[in-house]
Structures are given as structure tokens and as C-alpha cells.
Design a protein. Sequence first.
Length: 662
Amino acid sequence: MMRNAQGLPLKMVVLGSRDQTCVNAKVNRLRSGELNDKCRDMVAAADHADKFGAAAQSEHSCSYYRKGMGPLTTRIAQQPMDIEDLVADGKAVNDCPYFASRQMLPGADIVFAPYNYLVDVAIRRSMKLDEHVRGSVVIVDEAHNIEGVARDAASFERTVDVLMAASKEFNALAQQGPSEEVCEGSRQVCDVLRGLTTWIDDQADKPARVFRGPEVLALWDGAGVCINDESVQTLVGVRAQMDEAFRLMGNSKKSPLSSALASTVDGLLQTLGFLTAEHGRFARDFRVTVTQEFVVAKRRREAQLNVWCLNPAVAFRTLAGGPHAARSIVLTSGTLSPLPALASELGVEFKHQLELMHVVNVDKQVFARVLPRVGRELLDSSYKNAERGEYVDALGQAVLHIMRGVPGGVLLFASSYASVDRLQARWTATGVWAQMEALKPISVEPKGGGAEFDRAVAEYRRNAATAAGAMFLAVFRGKLSEGIDFVDDMCRAVLVLGLPFPSVKDLKVAEKKQYQDERVRAFAQAPKQQHLAPLSGNEWYVQQAYRALNQAIGRVIRHVHDYGCIVFLDQRFMQRDVVEGLSKWVRGAVRPAGSLGELMDGMEDFFKDRRPAAMAAVAAVAAVAAVAAAPARASEADVATASEGSAAEDDGDSDVVLVEEM
Ligand code: SF4
């Protein structure tokens, strides 16, 4: 256990959402907003029973809830625990992990939390984390997403129906609120919501337009919706007063606002706060538009208000400067590079930057190859080629052969869920899917997270632990490529299908690219500190692709003794400038494979050196599968020779850190 300067044990606490920590089986499968509402009701019922001496627990209260310190808080104080321990211990002692960890927060020396808890001002405030952040050392692990998280923290997207539902709730409160204070506050919030929904309806009937921040503020003003620095701060204060009024009234007058709609309004006010802050200093970093979005639950399209912050520095500066600034911020990840670009995006100067060696011997532990073609078919997953049947068939043959040669798990990354569907459909139709499944059971990454995703991961783990191994068909930027640790046999190969550029059809991506180009032009006219030199739109766009790609290939090595293959199934990786974008640790190890046969021979040698026993098992499994369905192995004569010299010098380095002192 770590100790402080006085030799006393350091107190630590892990924070998580109700989704992650609720142990009440009656409610913990509800969706996030419903769970929050239900929990609040049950806690209010428990407090009420406690206050008025009713039976200690009723069917309306949660039996895990403790108003003060409970048995779990004692355990948290005695030993370090991660979120899984917290939940397991909470179940064991019948105490709620969500509230127990919050009870322990004030005295904690070390706080573990998802990093959006720090970047998102509303969450930070509601969790009372400001006090912890001020003057502290903040370490952001896996910080490669910090730029996107910071942009999202200052942005807002909701359909007009959700805003109208919020408007109705606040209107009802304005009519029949429990106090004059609440009625007046609700009236003010309701006026803004009504004004905005009318404006959205009006826009929905016109050709789509994207407005810049200052332009939309003027338009709203002209439409009678007064949104400026002062009015937004007043509304934020009003909301805080309303919540406090409900809290003081206790259960008998508990807030009739649903938590989903209350947080919608708070999220809107937070974004409007950034948009109007310091008399519109950051307004030019925002774009506002109304789009038509398909709502799955309603099976129809609805108008949606989008207020996009394109500059991550707008939210990040609240962590790096101002009254609640951290003393030091350390960002770490294997995929932060290029470091100057990240510093420029976040708008801070990092005085210390480190790029560390990878812990493994890349030459011995990583087999990285580019396969540019199968037979005469070029492997190229670029937009124009990706749907060609011949290409998908050639890809299927390559994947099938690789599956045969890999002992253990294989992760295959495609650029989108649509490509995954396309591959699965074609391979099923041609019978290749069945041949693949005869070799290794296949799991497919479902859209979104949740229970379905957890089930798919559990299924894959079970199958990958067998002698045959398993394959997971996943997407770049999906949960699997970023947040899941597959060590050893859980992942012996990562297969890369192309470069995962964000969709150019995505309006937000297009706006961000244009915004970056404008920043470059503005910077050229009035150069400031060089560390703030912005990326061009195209540089930013390419960087997004490489961050996602480098995250995915990082799945193959998870500890110092781990080893595995990375196969780039795309001829574009034959080009030196394309390989240059890969993480430093792998860049130098990438070699061209002259043919599928050469790739398989190299892979066989690699695994033989690493694990002879497992290779015997793989051979046995492949032999059994071959009886069921065996396509001919790609002929050497069919396969063109790859060009030489695309591999860079092997320096074995790894991107790691970027630091600090504010
Ligand atoms: S008090 Fe805790 S265990 Fe009970 S419903 Fe709320 S989060 Fe779940």
C-alpha cells in the first residue's frame, strides 16, 4: 500500500456511474436515465422512512442504500480496490458502491475516475471534484481521446422532441412549483426552451445551414431568445437554486423533473455557457445547425439542434487554468503523437514531453507484414474499391489462411459497422464464413456498448481460450479497439483492413476540417507562440485515422512477454509515407509480404519460434477443419511480388508521454 509523507496509508477511491456500480438487481438493468431516476426515487423513499420513523425499508426504497458510512466505506478505507472489487464487495456486505465511494471522496488522497468526469464541467461540479482538482496532479491515462472528449464536453446535441418535453416539464413547474422561487426559475428556463424549439422548427423547414457562433447568437437575439454571458449565468444560478430548494424540501416535495430532462437542460446551459463565455470570446469556435436524425425508438426522423464546439481548448482550459486549475497535468498513451499537434489542439504548452521505448523487443515479439494483393486482386479498402465483390472475396481468402496460421485469438478491424455487415454478408453468401467458423468461432462487435457488447466479448474470451482460438470482427474506434485488454492467446494477431478515416460525409467532420484550415490562415497572419501552431484540416483528418489505427494495432502487445502478428491487408501500407503515420514502436518492424504464401511461411516460422507446442495444436485443428471445407491455398505463382523498401528503419521506440506544469 502506498503511504504519504507521514508514513500513513494513502486513501483512495474509485468513482463510477450508477450504470457501472449499482448492485440492486431490481433496477440495475434499466437504461441510464431510467436507472438514475429510479435510484433517486428509492433513495428519497429511504430518507423519508428514516426521517419519519416508518419501517426502515419498504418496497419503494433501496435496501443497499446507507445515508452515512456503511460497511463498504470501512472496506474502502482499508484497502485499494478497483471498480470490480468495489461492486463485488458492495454485494457481499449489502452496501451501495455508488454512494459508498462518494462518501469516501472528501478524504481521499487518490481519486480514480473516468476522465470525462474531469473535462466535463457539469459532471465535475455535480461530483464536487473541483476541490480535488485544484492544485492536484491529474494523470490522464489513455489520453489519446482527450481532444474529442474535450470537444464533446463543450458541445450539445438533442432532438427538438426532447427539448419540447423538457419545456413542458419546466412549464408545469412554473405553474405549480412548490415555491415562488422554483416557479420563477422554471419560467425563465421554459422561455429559453420555447424560443429555441420555435427557432429549430423554423430552421427545419429551410435548406440546411451551418451557422457560426456569433451569427447564431445574433439570430437568436432577433428571434427574441436572449442568450448572452449574463443571461446564461443567471439561468445556471436558477437551476442550482431549484435543485437546492428541492433538496431542502426533502422527499415530500422531491423534484418532479426527470433526471434525463434535467440533465438535458443543464447540458444545454453548459454549452451555451461556453458559447457566450467572456462576452463571446470563444463563439467563433462553435458551429450551430439543425439536422434531421433518425430516432431508432420512434422509427422516424426528427429535427435535432447541434451546437458543436470545434476547439477542445475551450473545455480543457477549465482544467488547465482558472480557479480550479490542476497543478500538473500528465497525459499518457501509446498513441499521442504527434505531440506538438496535441498541445496545439488543447491550447497549452507542455513543458515536458517524453517518447519512451516500448517494453518489448519488437524484432522478436512482433511480426508485422503488409499483404498488398491476393493473386491478381489488389487489396485496397479505399472507398471506391471496398464494395467490389472480387476484392471482398480476395480479402476473405487472405483472412481464412491467416486464421489457419494463428494459434489463439484474431482481431480483425474494419472501418465501420457497415463494412462489417458487408463482409459478413458476402462471406456468408460465398461460403467462406462457414469455412472460417470451422477454424475459429467468430464474434461480431455489436453497435454501441451495453449488455450485447459484454455478451459478445464474453463469448469471444470463452472461445479464444480453447485450442482453436476465435476471431472477433470489430471496428476501428469501437469499444473493442480502445478499451478491452486481450492478453496472450486472447489476441495473437491483429488484421487491419485499411485506413480508418472519419467519414467525409459527416457534417461535423467537414466543419472541423474547414475550421482547422481557417485557424491555419489566421495563425499565418498573426503568428503567436509556435506551440499553438494549428494543424490544417487535412492534417487533423489524417491524424484521426492514425490514432484509431494505432489504438487497434496496440491490442496485440499487452505486456512485456506478449507477442503476436499485425497484418495490414491493404496495398496502401506499401507506401513509406503511409507507414510513417504508424506508432514509432511498430513503424520500423513493418515489412512487405511478397505473397500470401510468403506471409504464411513467415508467420509459421514466427509462431514456431515462440510456441512450438501451440503450433502443433493449430495444425491439428486446421487439419480437422480442412476435411470439412478446404479452399486451395493461394498459389505462389498467382501472387505478384511486393515492392521492396517500404519499411522504415527499426528504432523500436514507442510514443508515450506528454506532460505538464500549468
Ligand atoms: S442506492 Fe445504489 S444500489 Fe440502490 S438503486 Fe441506487 S445505485 Fe443502485
